[in-house]
Design a protein around this ligand. Sequence first.
Ligand SMILES: O=C(O)CCC(=O)C(=O)O
Ligand SMILES: [Fe+2]
Length: 205
Amino acid sequence: MLQGSLFDQAEETALGSLEAVRRTVLGDGAWIDVLPGWLSGADELYEHLAGGVPWKAERRQMYERIVDVPRLLRFYGAGERLPHPVLDAARDALSAYYARELGEPFSTAGLCYYRDGRDSVAWHGDRIGRGAREDTMVAILSVGTPRDLVLRPVGGGPVVRRPLGHGDLIVMGGSCQRTWEHAIPKSARAAGGRISVQFRPHGVR
Ligand SMILES: O=C(O)CCC(=O)C(=O)O
Ligand SMILES: [Fe+2]
């Protein structure tokens, strides 16, 4: 009974308007757009993804050793059904909002599951694909325990830090993937898990 009534009161999972995004120009042709609380009722999405996505643990060669990648992953290619309908809605809303500036839709979704503060992603740009040569955008919806996304210019410079909370959106745009690097540092404070959903255009990885 109690659980039922609590569940009935839970906020509906819904996206707000993208008109409220605020842009910060980083320099060297790179920028970030941030919209805290884009998704409301994010608990339901977090629980659904944490329990329902067939997460993969990967291992990578690091110099002479094979090490665990410190997060769980799942990639959804163009045309693949996303694991929650609100993610299709998010991708489509981003594609519509950025259509003129981006010139193509967001088509893939990469999901990362940071199980706790020990999980992380090291400094990198998303440069496996076209992001190495072309301006593009990577839009990230974050749910779960807040974690910082940090950015720094390639070759060094001041670090820009953006805390990403439950339901927050950040979009990295312009030359950000090739002239800047980003990371999710380990955190002694983060007790719970975080899931990020990265929307990218076709061919950007
Ligand atoms: O989890 C995030 O917000 C960032 C993940 C990321 O940078 C990546 O997968 O390329
Ligand atoms: Fe990245």
